[in-house]
Design a protein around this ligand. Structure first.
Ligand code: 9GP
Length: 816
């Protein structure tokens, strides 16, 4: 039976495309699947009924996709990621299923507007920041590019915490995102997996390399999946998420009967804790163990599922790597490498060399950081206890690897020590990034500078050994979510300007806007779009310069530098109230890791400065500071279209890429930024004259630090900087920020003070440009016009061609 016959083959009717047909299905979803009537349906019933009706349209495409993929038995891409920030699902799926308009009409039968229903959509916050959102953009683009792919992750019960402000500081609450259920999800209990932990290993008679692992704890992994439709194509891929469950034996009925209720369920609770929260606090031994457990749980379940899928169509292990490429999204899933070795050697009885050859050709690794703390290492003793067999395998991988290094660089013991997968410090630790490089076919950074710095610094020895292994794939973002859905006004204007909406999956076509950058009528409309978006956001005066810094809070990203600029502006305006000031609304949004006190102090200071300014009648007409709570994908989609100025001011050499910078430039915000991460590539494309550059570059920054940096020198000579810091110390902002000043004057790890003056100069250039609306608008149009490269569709095309070597599989339309 061909894929197009799937539904007809079992006598199912075709789902209709008219409003009437859609409405019939909607009412039927409400009645039969929600078990309620129009009269008694709650708003949430309406949401669920609509979601199910839309999902049905995608399920149809999904069935054809699965059949087409099965028939062509391609090389499959498996994306392993601890994080996915998928964003709200309803609006996206309406767009990708082409049902937005009929749905808007059909929901009237429920007595509600589409907007009202969309407002109930809760995004699954299964990620932390850029890394998780990147994963979501990449799975979108894999489907859009017809790449057969599955994204694997964890279905955390609680996503990234909900942030609110309490007394000006960050407060955290749990995010029970699926509290009211998740209609987008398909449970797949038949594909459940069994995962072991702890225990011991036993030799197997007659084998040198095989071992029997007898785990001390068994946990079940229950999968469910969400549909990932491509845009403008038939493909619908999936993201499969694992949830941990205790086995039947984990519930102790006899203890329960004896009234020992807590003891009776303790084993099940321990199992379920594995998928309870995203990134459990790892400041305790137990927290660290739980994180490693999560990582192994994700990898073990996913690999068994991958093998199951492979064996549906193939029987020869020699074909495994040709049919499978597993992309490791950062170091979190690196434990998949020894796990695949264990499965192949211990369970499927392949010999070590064949298993290693398969493993190395199956994996590729993306590194997303240069910060040492994000390159994970785990204490050997933790591995020994939790994953004893894996440690043995890692030791053997390391032994054979170090032999290879020794053969290439005889007698270079220092190199062996540096490159070893086991770090020999006070505490012996497993270096996951080293394991990830050794066990994969390709390693890539996420922007040109980042990939270069990886080769020159953190992974230099590995790049010496295997230069061809190291590549760059610059990140990208989905233009569907971040222009079409987030900024419909701009999307409509672009479509009008270009004559059609083909740019939505061919983003380089935005370059055609260049010819409109001096067209007075078009410029006027461009400005009107931005203004209307600012009115919607309602963060401040829509005619003020909307200056946004939206990203996780981290000292390397330097929110504190932006804040010093704000304080200086405040002081300047106070000193000269009659000056010709450019009104600004400075908007911050982002979360700080709950245990990261320095970052939380910066949030507190931002709010204290904001309150001081708001209470000052002299300054407040010109300057407003807004802190938007609970930054997530949904909020980003509201802020980005309204931004005039994008703050990308990390210390050069610290931000691997950034993707917020791309989203903002794509939406016509101008960037003030350092030569860091993808800023460099944005500037090269949009043009130096359309980008506000400042600060040290990565090499200068490294040199300053090597020479011995003294932040106090800047404080002493720069009177405005001194005044800003002194105001904080003097308690001008409700006493907040003194610890920040101590750290800035004491060591200033991220060279904030060194870049302060250059940053202020760049901000003056920003204001000069802003005072000339025609100049600003032209720059804004050119930013959008030359951001086409930053589509995640291009990123996926790069991965597919250079790293995965996979070809698209076309899913036939139903009536072909
Ligand atoms: O910090 C990087 C960010 O620069 C990058 O854009 C993103 C996606 O590649 O990954 C972030 N890295 C992490 O969150 C942890 O390595």
């Amino acid at each position: 039976m061909g894929p197009m016959d799937l539904r007809q083959g079992i006598g199912l009717r075709r789902l209709g495309t008219t409003t009437d047909e859609f409405q019939q299905d909607l009412l039927s979803s409400l009645y039969y699947r929600r078990g309620t009537t129009v009269e008694s349906a709650s708003a949430h019933d309406a949401y669920d009924a609509l979601a199910l009706t839309v999902r049905d349209r995608l399920a149809d495409r999904r069935a054809r996709t699965a059949a087409a993929h099965y028939a062509s038995n391609p090389r499959w891409v498996y994306y392993l990621s601890a994080e996915y920030l998928l964003g709200a699902q309803l609006e996206q799926n309406l767009l990708y299923s082409g049902t937005g308009e009929v749905a808007a009409q059909a929901v009237k039968a429920l007595g509600r507007s589409l907007q009202e229903i969309e407002d109930l959509d809760v995004e699954p916050g299964l990620g932390n920041g850029g890394l998780g959102r990147l994963a979501a953009c990449l799975v979108d683009s894999m489907a859009t590019r017809d790449i057969p792919a599955v994204g694997y992750g964890i279905r955390y019960d609680f996503g990234i915490f909900k942030q609110s402000l309490e007394n000006g500081g960050q407060a955290e609450r749990p995010d029970d995102w699926a509290f009211q259920g998740n209609p987008w999800e398909f449970p797949a209990p038949d594909d459940r997996q069994t995962v072991g932990f702890y225990g011991h290993t036993e030799p197997i008679a007659g084998s040198q390399t095989r071992k029997r692992w007898v785990p001390g704890e068994i946990v079940l992994g229950e999968p469910s999946h969400m549909l990932v439709p491509g845009y403008g194509t038939e493909t619908v891929n999936i993201v499969r998420l694992w949830r941990a469950r205790g086995s039947e034996a984990s519930f102790d009925l006899s203890r329960f009967s004896a009234g020992q209720y807590a003891e009776a369920v303790q084993e099940a609770v321990r199992a379920e804790n594995i998928s309870k929260v995203l990134y459990p606090d790892d400041s305790t031994e137990l927290g660290r163990e739980l994180r490693l457990k999560q990582q192994y749980f994700l990898c073990s379940c996913s690999l068994r599922d991958i093998i199951r899928r492979f064996r549906l169509r193939n029987s020869d292990w020699a074909d495994f790597a040709a049919k499978t490429i597993i992309q490791l999204n950062d170091t979190h899933p690196t434990i998949a490498i020894p796990e695949l070795m264990r499965l192949l050697v211990d369970e499927y009885e392949l010999d070590w060399d064949q298993a290693w050859s398969i493993t190395r050709r199956t994996f590729a690794y993306t590194c997303h950081t240069l910060l040492p703390e994000a390159l994970e290492t785990w204490p050997v003793h933790l591995f020994e206890r939790l994953l004893p067999r894996h440690l043995e395998i890692i030791y053997l991988i390391n032994l054979l690897f170090l032999r290879e290094v020794e053969a290439r660089f005889p007698g270079d013991n220092d190199r062996l020590r540096r490159m070893s997968i086991i770090g020999e410090g006070d505490e012996r630790r497993v270096r996951m990034a080293h394991l990830a490089v050794v066990g994969t076919e390709a390693v890539n950074g996420v922007a040109e500078l980042h990939s270069k710095l990886l080769r020159e610094t953190v992974l230099q020895d590995f790049a010496d050994l295997w230069p061809a292994k190291f590549q760059n794939v610059t990140n990208g973002v989905s233009p569907r979510r971040f222009v079409k859905l987030a900024n419909p006004r701009l999307a409509d204007l672009i479509t009008e300007g270009l004559g059609d909406d083909g740019w939505l999956n061919d983003l380089e076509r935005l370059a055609e806007l260049e010819s409109l950058a001096d067209d007075a009528a078009f410029m006027e409309r461009w400005r009107a779009v931005k203004r209307a978006n600012k009115v919607d956001l309602a963060a401040g005066d829509p005619d003020s310069l909307t200056d946004v810094m939206i990203k996780r809070f981290h000292e390397y990203k330097r929110q504190q530098l932006k804040l010093l600029h704000v304080i200086t502006m405040y002081q300047r305006i106070r000193q000269n109230p009659a000056g010709d000031w450019v009104p600004r609304t400075v908007l911050f949004a982002g979360k700080a890791a709950p245990a990261y006190h320095a970052a939380k102090n910066i949030i507190r200071l931002i709010n204290a400065v904001g309150a001081t300014i708001a209470a000052d009648p002299v300054v407040s007409p010109y300057l407003k500071v807004v802190f938007a709570e609970n930054y997530n994908v949904t909020l980003a989609e509201r802020i980005i279209p309204a931004a005039d100025l994008s703050e990308q001011i990390s210390l050069a050499g610290k931000e691997a890429s950034g993707t917020g910078n791309m989203k903002l430039a794509l939406n016509g915000a101008l960037t003030v930024g350092t030569l860091d991460g993808a800023n460099i590539e944005i500037r090269a494309r949009v043009g130096e004259e359309n980008f506000f550059l400042f600060g040290l570059d990565a090499y200068q920054a490294a040199e300053v630090q090597i020479r011995g940096y003294n932040p106090r020198e800047h404080y002493e000579w720069d009177t405005e900087l001194k005044a800003a810091l002194d105001a904080i110390t003097a308690g001008r902002f409700d006493g907040a920020g003194r610890e920040l000043v101590d750290s800035l004057l004491g060591w200033d790890e991220y060279l904030t003070l060194a870049d302060y003056r250059s940053y202020l100069d760049a901000q003056e250039e920003v204001e000069r440009a802003w005072r000339d609306p025609a100049r600003w608008t032209r720059m804004s149009i050119l930013n959008t016009a030359h951001s086409g490269f930053f589509s995640s569709d291009r990123t996926i095309a790069d991965y597919a061609a250079r790293i995965w070597r996979v070809a698209p599989v076309t899913v036939p339309k139903e009536d072909q």
